[in-house]
Write a protein that binds this ligand. Structure first.
Ligand code: ZN
Length: 354
């Protein structure tokens, strides 16, 4: 080992030494990737990590085979937001203001304001005897529907009657939500009501993400539209995983560098409205229909089971797509950095030749 190399190769696995030192995965040396199980900032490194401004790392799993099988679906185009199980709209749309290079103004229809539910939804119904005993209070209303007296949520869409004020002979209304029966209760509204609908442009322009337990309508997703559905399906050997990890982390770095450059070119302006590290002009119809107001357009956080991605899901989505060498005309084309014929490692494709 040469002078000065100890720091780079101390406590690293053989595969990292060979693949970097031998130029097998040329990005490792070109971009000075280091092997680490955690970064100096304390983040765990599993496959890889980009630590701004320039730290590039691969971790122990970058040297093992990997299979992925996911479909990423755009959750915020031609769909609607519902109040979720609690029946209350917990979400805001993005404030309409003039920003640098804004592609469109938020124009969503707010059907139910934040912190409210569906007005006059049935909340308390009579028991077996068909007679309603509970008195409405405070803004809940007693009305007759098809000859039956019921209590509704009133104008605010929230059931305000507390348990002690409800006559035990009456019962709370039950609604089917997400395949289950959900009972109305104090402080709740009708579950699954549409709260926010997109304007004519089709984009749902929430303020970064749905709030509380609000949900986008899954059945509104167009599964046939290939602009909005992207497969992430592959089976890679260890060498490929290492190469792909480099591609992925370099893509994160590119997003970061693009944002820094845009910020320097436009001082005092917001270049990344949703703060997901993908700048606003790189989101939109030409870019996988990424939503410039929403951090995780494809809900990568849920699909991949990592809540961290809710903060920078659009960046993560693009990095995953770069792994696929995607050739979708709407997509970014990233040249793969894979050279399996060069694999020198023990058990690798060249091993027996030496
Ligand atoms: Zn990533």
């Amino acid at each position: 080992m040469l002078q000065g190399e100890q720091d780079i190769y101390a406590n690293t696995p053989n595969w990292f030494y060979y693949w970097r030192k031998g130029g097998v995965v040329s990005d490792l040396e070109t971009y000075d990737f280091r092997f680490a199980t955690s970064t100096p900032q304390g983040h765990e490194v599993r496959y890889g990590r980009f630590e701004p401004p320039s730290g590039l790392y691969v971790g122990p799993l970058a040297g093992s085979p990997q299979t992925v099988n996911h479909t990423f679906q755009n959750k915020y185009y031609n769909t609607k937001l519902t109040t979720g199980e609690n029946g209350i709209n917990d979400s805001l749309i993005f404030p309409a203001q003039n920003y640098w290079n804004v592609p469109r103004q938020p124009d969503d229809a707010i059907l139910i304001p934040k912190d409210y539910g569906e007005p006059h939804a049935v909340a308390i119904v009579p028991g077996d005897d068909g007679i309603l005993y509970t008195q409405p209070w405070p803004d809940d209303q007693r009305i007759q529907i098809d000859g039956v007296w019921v209590i509704t949520t009133g104008a605010d869409g929230i059931l305000n009657i507390s348990d002690w004020a409800k006559d035990p002979r009456d019962r709370y209304m039950k609604y089917v939500y997400d395949g289950r029966e959900v009972e109305m209760g104090l402080g709740r509204g009708r579950p699954g009501t549409i709260a926010i609908a997109p304007g004519i442009d089709g984009w749902l322009d929430l303020y970064w993400y749905p709030g509380g337990d609000d949900q986008v309508m899954e059945d509104a997703n167009n599964l046939q539209d290939l602009r909005l559905n992207h497969s992430y399906v592959a089976s890679w050997d260890a060498l490929e995983v290492c190469a792909i990890t480099c591609v992925h982390e370099l893509e994160h770095k590119r997003h970061h560098d693009d944002r820094t450059a845009a910020q320097q070119a436009h001082p005092g302006m917001i270049v990344d409205l949703d703060d997901d590290t993908v700048i606003t002009i790189n989101e939109g119809e030409d870019h996988y229909f990424l939503n410039c107001y929403i951090r995780d357009t494809y809900d990568v956080a849920s699909e991949l089971g990592n809540p961290d991605y809710s903060y920078y899901g659009d960046s993560e989505f693009l990095c995953r797509m770069s792994e696929m060498n995607y050739s979708d005309p709407n997509g970014l084309v990233t040249e793969g950095k894979i050279g399996p014929q060069q694999d020198w490692s023990k058990g690798g494709r060249q091993w027996r030749k030496y």
